[in-house]
Ligand binder design. Sequence first.
Ligand SMILES: [Zn+2]
Length: 121
Amino acid sequence: MSNYNWCHNPDCHKIETQSRVRGSGDNKVLRTVKIKQGRYNYSGTNAPNIWDYFCNQNCLFQFLQLNCVEIANTYSVKQPSETPIKVKKEKYESHRYEWNGEGGTRSVPYQATRTTIQRSE
Ligand SMILES: [Zn+2]
């Protein structure tokens, strides 16, 4: 048995797409999109997914724009968080291509630097 949600963007039914048209004859309407829960549940975990509540990115961002202050106040961040890391720099041999003056390219080696962030657990 499948469960459904209606798209949570309060203006979903105002967006003009063929997929939202319902009704017949002169009694047609644009209707909020009906979403099948778990439609993108590729992992099979049944974990809650944002796309169970919004039909697409447009509706998600319209909702976020409409409610951004309320969301920010509900899940407020009063100070920054930090993740301890180590920054590792290492030199390695790389190459770039230059025009060889004859309509082709040649490989020119150079010493490059690779910077990687490592989590310190
Ligand atoms: Zn929608």
